[in-house]
Every structure is written in C-alpha cells, then in structure tokens.
Design a protein around this ligand. Structure first.
Ligand code: NAG
Length: 209
C-alpha cells in the first residue's frame, strides 16, 4: 500500500524539466481567418498565485462570428503524458459559444476562480478595442505584456500542480464547424513560495530574538 502511495507521489512530483520560455506552434490556423505571429507569457515557469504578462501578436482577416473553443491539457509525468480532465469547466474542456463565454465565466465563477479571470480577460480585450466575443472584425490583435493576476489554485483543482504541461487549443466557427485557429503550447507551472515566514518554527525563532 505504502509502496503504491510512494509510486503515485513519484509520478505526480516526477519529471519537471521546467520550461523557461513558452513554446508555441501553430497547428493549423486558417490564414483566411487568422495569422498568429507571437504568443508569450512571462515569467516562465508561471508562478501561482502570481502575476503573468501576456503578449499576443495576431491578425484577423475575416469577421469571426460565434465560435467554439476546445482545450486539451496534458501533464508530463514519469509514466508519460496524462490528460487533465475537465473539472468545474477547467482543464481539458470544450467551451461552446464564445459570444457568451465571458458572461458565463463571470456569472457562474467556475471553480471559484474563473469569474475573476473572466473579468481580467474582458479588460484585456477591451484594452485592444474588443468589447464582444461575437463578430470580431478583421483587425490586428496586439496585446503587449498585459498583466493578469493568477489566484491560488483551489484544492478542488489540485491536479493542476507544479509541473510541465502541454495544451492543444482549437477554435472552430460554430455554424460551419470549420477550424479557424489552432495552437500548441508547452509551459511549466510552479508554486509561488511565500518568502515571509509564517510556520511554527519561524515563530519560535522570532521569539528567541
Ligand atoms: C484576407 O482577406 C482578403 C479579403 O477578404 C482576401 O483577399 C485575402 O486572401 C485574405 N488573406 C489571406 C491570407 O487569406
């Protein structure tokens, strides 16, 4: 029993190569709709909780109406890649209807954190002049080091632990099912270590001073 437990722990805390830069590849974005030139996230590894700066350079060449987004997330472990499930609308999930996606994220506050993230994404989009996820006109989409605050990962999402991940993200036009964008991402997540001392031992040491 204990052996099994230790084995599982080894898997979970297993390989951690730590990406120091977001790796991204275009896996089939339709240039008639979008051209993705640049995607970056810093710091890498991403520290949670913590701030990230997001940079995106893309051009849309055609008005995209209602779409669907599908995300598949894999975690790299000792025994291979494990697909992260979709729990509380976080993980490997399909998000139908981009028109109302942000509204639903905010209203339903998925996993207790996605409401705040939805509000920040709304701010990001409005900073480049997009106030609706419906009918995004042909235009350039330039996001330069936009700061987003990542909250602590709630315990219900504890499978999103420190480690290396890959994500496959596709967007399709809802009406036709036509794939308009595809991104493969590789990144690492790291737990933010609080530098202030709060433990029992720290308290004791402070008492001795
Ligand atoms: C962008 O749109 C224009 C007009 O709709 C079209 O002629 C052109 O071929 C498109 N560009 C690409 C890369 O598909």
């Amino acid at each position: 029993m204990a052996t099994v437990f230790v084995f599982l722990l080894t898997i979970v805390s297993g390989v951690f190569s730590e990406h120091t830069k977001l790796e991204w590849t275009d896996c089939g974005t339709d240039p008639a709709y979008f051209t993705i030139n640049k995607v970056d996230v810093s710091p890498m590894p991403i520290e949670v909780p913590g701030d990230i700066a997001l940079t995106v350079g893309a051009v849309s060449n055609k008005t995209v109406t209602q779409g669907d987004i599908k995300i598949s997330v894999k975690r790299h472990t000792f025994i291979g890649d494990i697909t992260i499930p979709c729990l509380f609308h976080v993980g490997s999930c399909e998000y139908k209807d981009t028109c109302t996606l942000l509204d639903r994220m905010e209203k339903e506050n998925w996993a207790g954190i996605m409401g705040g993230i939805g509000t920040q994404v709304r701010g990001l989009l409005s900073s480049i002049g997009i106030t609706s996820f419906c009918n995004i006109q042909a235009r350039s989409l330039d996001v330069q080091s936009y700061k987003l605050k990542l909250p602590p990962i709630p315990s219900i999402l504890s499978f999103f632990a420190e480690g290396d991940y890959s994500a496959h993200v596709t967007a399709t036009e809802a009406a036709s099912g036509h794939q308009v964008a595809c991104l493969d991402l590789k990144l690492s997540i790291k737990k933010h270590k609080d530098k202030t001392c709060t433990g029992w031992f720290c308290g004791r040491r402070r008492d001795l001073h």
